[in-house]
Design a binder for this molecule. Sequence first.
Ligand code: AMP
Length: 535
Amino acid sequence: MTATQQYFPTEVAATYRDAGLWGTRTVADEFHAVAVAHPGNAAVVTGEGRLTYAELDACTDRIAVGLADLGLQPGDPVIVQITNRLEAVVAWYALLKAGLVPVATLAAHRGHEIAHISRAVGARAHLVEAGTRGTDLVAFAHEQAREHPTVRHVLVLGDLPVAEVDPTEARRRVEAIQRAIDPDDVAVFQLSGGTTGVPKLIPRLHAEYWYNARAYAAFLGWGADDRVGHLIPIIHNAGIVCGVHAPHSVGACLVLTDHDLETAMPVLVAERTTVVLFGHVHYRAPEHPLYPALAGSLRTVVLSGAKVSEELFAATGRDGVAVGQLFGMAEGMFLVTPLDASPELRRTTVGTPISPLDEVRLLEPGGEDEVPDGEVGELCCRGPYTLRAYYGINRPEAFTADGFYRTGDLAKATTIDGLRAFSVEGRIKDLINRGGEKISAEEVELLLLAHPHVVEAALVAMPDPRLGERGCAYLATDGTPVTLTDLQHHLRALDVAKYKWPERVELLEALPRTKVGKLDKLAMAADIATRLENP
Ligand code: AMP
């Protein structure tokens, strides 16, 4: 059974290919073709250094051969925990050229997450970065590999094996590996933001994943002269699609920085960045003293993650910068505001789908009936880069009967200047969006319930000016008070990623419940919002 048959119905895949959307090459071969067309262009620039397409192509060929010589086989999954470094982009293409399948976990993940994911996917190797703040990821990876059923190699960023072969031989070896890979095989596993107790893996296939990036770049009108700034984690789906593959689909340059505006802004300015994606944590960028200098080279700013105020829209759009919005998800669907659309559409909506074969329906939550335009419904989508099935688990409830993915987000359709665009109006999925990192409430609640004194637990979103939301734990205990510090000790002992730890605790005798006996999360969310407003 090919991956296409498994993840996309065969006839659907054929439609996307016949329409010229899906290609016939692997991601590694797509990158190589662009590198051959634009050898002297800068492919990636960071504060640490820069590489042209020719350099990035050649060095990743030799590393790919080095990885193959370790005994890693095409199709082997590799857990990836790295941050926004030049070497991260090198490692990305080297893994793909070796036919390996990156599993895009986060550097912030710990044993609780990695142990589960690496077993679920049967990881053969674990790639980490040395010298990250706070945690020794190299030691962590070795610890995880001990008695692991499948992990055989710990790989370290910047110290990957480089084969001692000449460039022609390295290329021949990579081509031989790539020839055996079906473009509809899994290229990458992305992690779902997830609402359940266990993280879900999203299979991204070579042809559809590259198409997702190509369609995004085309929708925004990028060319080989563009210099695309990226500050949010590169390994996230938004990082790989918008930051790595999209610029590299057109011969443009990725200007990669870390998330801190203080270090990022000088690099973005010096590199004469033409396009930048700001996540919610960077909505303050226009207030930065270097923003006017950046606006001098910027053509486009894409905002993503939260509603855009009139002030933010105006401040970002100074000096003729075109401001737009992106709604995206690791499961696929991208909505983007066309840059030639009216300011009203670009400010008040997240735009339209980026592919002519994308389909969007707004449905009564949990049902299959469409809501009329102007009313809020669950955003459901289907199309040439939106998943049809998760990896390894059957989740029929995540899809409509005809294969539309139920996003769990609430949206509204409005027609502005003849264009039907969507605005995000909330969500029904139970997660916390902490500065772009998604925290599954259920996952954390189960962990909190494992605390010896906790009897009832609910994790609710509390508003935060910088991160958008943070987690607040509502707890009922057996009579022994539980403090935030107690919870931190508890979650550290369970080796849970820190961004999931609640940042406030409210102790109650008993948690509020709805008439049908379910935890009343809305009441608790309203309660914490009121408490924060009236401290
Ligand atoms: P991820 O898969 O981590 O990229 O997260 C996807 C989720 O992020 C979506 O389902 C939304 O809940 C949220 N999201 C993405 N873009 C936006 C946006 N522009 N506005 C509001 N929420 C967004």
